[in-house]
Ligand binder design. Structure first.
Ligand code: HT7
Ligand code: ZN
Length: 860
């Protein structure tokens, strides 16, 4: 039926202990000679290798040319007949990098030649069993014209180079670590670098390089520092050291995703490398550090311990997201990192889990694996690591990680291997926890309180439920859920008494195991105020009926900044979507925010987070039927009301932070800029003059872009002139161009669609460049509900038409764009029909496996 099933996994029939590849690089026609050492692992099985759209020029077995009757190649698979024993297969193929717009395999980006092999791109370079459990060691020889391709990089360590005739040269690399084809990489071109050397905790001398096209190299310094920080952190926190003599990163302007962790040669989307204060915002710097760390940390969680098959994807991605978020939390603020993660989870992953694309963290089947690089596999997968940590405790978790790395080093592992290591280290049976990986959908906890005046008994009833999801109608078994909780007495004092319950309780951590638990405090004597899920201890939707006054009270009593932020978000959701509670919630929110703005002791970065009201996606998750105009309107009117009520404190705080916000990347300066920009944004509802002043005076991109956003989105008198000035100033920089385009595409108004149409007809439109597609169309579809969900259906049609146009160019980018329709069934009537019609219009217009798979799932 076109699906690959987890249950059908078979180990490889042939092993490939070593691969020796020789490239003659040329953008129009590259020749690849491959010598594969092959050994039968399951005697009697045919020798089958993956190879997609390769022009086969020559084929030899053990030094003898193979006659045509000895092999078949259908453009997808090579079958060699009549081989039963260990042998060497030699093939020569021709591929065409310059014509490769899919950006999978070997492709051209500007003056560079680059590869992207995950998941199944290697087979577009040459023949191999292109599956993660086939792990050769590698020797890679690159030859190219020296003038056009002076730098030649590949996985592993450099072992030699020489000049060749006719202005060509050669470089040889060896990767001694068993490495699957998806981690293969080469990069060639006129690259320049920033570089440093260090000695690892194991005493290995390592050269770290970050490479970019010559004009960009000065903007690589921050990324280089981030590599060093990540390397040291993995040594200290997990005892994992780097294992080659060189670690290279290359920045490319054309890249489908964020970055790629190829062994010893990471290849990055330039947006996650290039930065200085004039061209990158503080948010960009933090994202660069986090993505650099993510890819570096894959060296152990993904590369040294790799995957048996693609169903295990979260074993590397969820775990590495967990590891990179711990890195950021350790280096900066734990609470702020948690807020960032939970925003993404609640706004986007919960939506994915609730819609037609919902799937378990470990899917049971797929048609196109590229469509499973999702928020569920990455972000929910990372939360499950956190759930495990809470269930077994920090110490056992750390021991379990050490055991996992030690037991699986050099292997292609499964989730079962991971759980076995943690079960052994903690002594806990983890079969109940494993259900988290198999069941899709966000669990819901309904909590209700009861208090008996006569006896003074207090009780909480907690009911767990799992939603039906595509292919999993239910009923589903309850999950082990680590839920933090606290009770507060009338004066805000923490109630220390432990509850009577059949659920295990350790301090403030309750472990829910059954569909229903009751917690009792007999004779407590007063009705306490309960608080739950501090630090977001479990990725669940939680329902407890708070009044606005109770939320505001808890927001003052809770000590943890994450929880305080979370309570204010709930208050804002009530103020925007509530019915009876709306006025009271608005007033309570005003009061708490006024207190925060007046509190010079509060971290300005935290106050800025509290001022950032829940985004559209989060609000949409809080209502049963999504009416974008009503939701955006209610959010806007809350902002306008609060801005007017808080005008004086906003102006005061904005002015008072001017000096601290000046420049530099130290936490205090970033925090000052964050709060100033939040104030500016709110003040923009009343007055755009401060934004104009900031735009004219500042030296940092953080302040310039925030000011331009207010001017454009509030349609200030100086907006057009400011946009023109910004455009010209950064005309040669594609990443900064993406920034102003993003502001244009997200102007919160239905007629922003006309601006997008103007962009699509302009010289700035580059449909083969994924960053530009995201800037124009990703921002429209994911960041502009009023224009995307236009009542006349024009937004839906525009995105559908563009998906059809991009599908033949880059199917992965097209499929991701199509994902913006995931919430279509919950749209209000009228819009639902228009989204349905837009999707139906694509039925005969998508040729790619990626596009077809996603469309079928969206419409099912
Ligand atoms: N592991 C990397 C995934 C990735 C990717 C997947 C499909 C197509 C293109 C891709 N580029 C990068 C990125 C990461 O999570 O580290
Ligand atoms: Zn990753």
């Amino acid at each position: 039926d076109g699906h690959v099933y987890l249950a059908d996994y078979q180990p490889p029939a042939w092993r490939i202990p070593h691969a020796d590849l020789r490239f003659d690089l040329d953008p129009d026609a590259t020749e690849v000679e491959a010598r594969l050492r092959l050994e039968p692992a399951r005697p009697g099985e045919p020798l089958l290798l993956d190879g997609e759209d390769l022009e086969l020029l020559a084929i030899e077995l053990d030094g003898q040319p193979l006659p045509p009757e000895r092999y078949d190649y259908d453009g997808q698979r090579l079958c060699v007949h009549g081989v039963a024993a260990a042998c060497e297969l030699r093939t020569r193929v021709r591929i065409r990098p310059a014509a490769n717009t899919r950006l999978e395999g070997l492709y051209r980006s500007g003056s560079l030649l680059l590869t992207q092999c995950e998941s199944e791109g290697f087979r577009r370079i040459t023949f191999l069993a292109d599956r993660p459990d086939v792990m050769p060691t590698w020797r890679i020889t690159l030859r190219a014209e020296r003038r056009a391709y002076p730098v030649l990089l590949a996985n592993g360590n450099p072992v030699g180079s020489r000049e060749l005739e006719g202005g060509r040269h050669e470089a040889v690399w060896e990767n001694p670590h068993p490495t699957p084809g998806y981690l293969f990489a080469i990069a060639a071109g006129p690259l320049a670098r920033v570089s440093t050397t260090l000695t690892t905790a194991e005493g290995r001398r390592v050269e770290l390089n970050v490479w970019a096209e010559a004009g960009d190299v000065e903007r690589c310094r921050y990324a280089l520092g981030a590599v060093e920080r990540a390397l040291r952190w993995d040594e200290q926190r997990f005892g994992r050291c780097y294992d080659l003599d060189v670690f290279n990163i290359v920045a490319a302007q054309d890249f489908t995703m964020g970055a790629m962790e190829n062994k010893g040669l990471n290849i990055f989307n330039a947006r996650y490398i290039l930065a200085d204060e004039a061209t990158a915002t503080d948010t960009d710097f933090l994202a660069i550090e986090s993505v650099v760390a993510h890819e570096y940390l894959h060296n152990w969680s993904g590369n040294r311990v790799t995957l048996r098959d693609w169903f295990q994807l979260s074993l590397k991605e969820g775990l590495t997201v967990y590891r990179d978020s711990e890195f950021s939390a350790d280096l900066h603020s734990r609470a702020l990192k948690r807020i960032e993660v939970v925003r993404l989870l609640r706004g986007r992953q919960f939506a994915e889990d609730a819609g037609p694309l919902a799937h378990p963290v470990r899917p049971q089947r797929y048609r196109e694996i590229s469509n499973f690089y999702t928020l569920t596999v990455y972000e929910k997968g990372a939360e499950l690591i956190r759930v495990l940590q809470a269930l077994v405790g920090d110490e056992a978790f750390q021991a379990g990680m050490a055991r996992y790395f030690a037991d699986n080093d050099g292997r292609a592992a499964t989730l079962e291997d991971f759980l076995a290591a943690h079960a052994a280290a903690s002594g806990r049976d983890l079969s109940d926890f494993a259900r988290w990986y198999a069941q899709a959908g966000t669990p819901e906890l309904r909590i209700s309180a009861s208090f008996d005046e006569a006896s003074g008994d207090y009780a909480l009833e907690i009911i767990q439920s799992q939603p039906a999801t595509p292919g999993q109608p239910g009923p589903k078994a309850p999950l082990p859920i680590p839920l933090r909780f606290a009770l507060y007495g009338p004066a805000g004092q923490r109630v220390g008494a432990a509850p009577q319950t059949d659920a295990p309780v350790r301090g403030d951590l309750l472990e829910l195991r059954e569909a229903r638990h009751v917690l009792r405090w007999p004779g407590l004597g007063f009705q306490p105020l309960p608080a739950f899920n501090q630090g977001f201890s479990a990725p669940v939707r939680l329902r407890f009926d708070y009044t606005p006054a109770q939320l505001a009270t808890l927001a003052r009593w809770e000590a943890d900044p994450f929880s305080r932020w979370d309570l204010l978000q709930q208050l804002a959701v009530q103020a925007i979507t509530g019915t009876d509670a709306r006025v009271a919630a608005t007033e309570a929110l005003r009061e708490v925010l006024a207190g925060l703005l007046a509190d010079d002791g509060a971290d300005p970065a935290f106050v800025a987070e509290c001022l950032a009201l829940p985004d559209f996606d989060t609000l949409a998750e809080a209502v049963p039927v999504v009416d974008p105009q009503a939701l955006a309107g209610a959010r806007e009117s809350l902002l306008a009301t609060l801005a007017a009520a808080l005008e004086q404190p906003l102006r005061q705080r904005y002015a008072a932070l001017a000096a601290a916000a000046g420049g530099g990347l130290q936490a205090s300066a970033m925090a000052a800029r964050a709060l100033r920009n939040a104030c500016l944004d709110w003040l923009g509802h009343l007055d755009t003059v401060p934004a104009q002043t900031q735009f004219d005076a500042t030296a940092t991109m953080t302040e310039r872009l925030a000011a331009l956003r207010v001017l454009l989105h509030r349609q200030a008198p100086g907006a057009e002139a400011a946009l023109a000035a910004f455009r010209e100033r950064f005309a040669g920089d594609p990443l900064v161009t993406d920034k102003w385009i993003g502001l244009v595409a997200t102007r919160p108004a239905a007629d922003a669609l006309a601006d997008v149409q103007w962009l699509l007809a302009s010289p700035w439109w580059k449909p083969a460049n994924p960053n530009r597609v995201r800037a124009v169309l990703g921002n429209l579809s994911r960041g502009n509900p009023l224009a995307f969900h236009r009542l006349d259906g024009a937004g839906h049609r525009l995105i559908a038409d563009q998906v059809a146009a991009i599908d033949p160019i880059n199917p992965q980018v097209a499929a991701r764009l199509l994902g913006a329709f995931e919430g279509w069934r919950r749209l209000r009537s009228g819009l639902r029909e228009s989204a349905e019609a837009a999707l139906a219009s694509l039925q005969d217009r998508l040729a790619s496996a990626d596009g077809r798979d996603l469309l079928d799932r969206l419409r099912a």
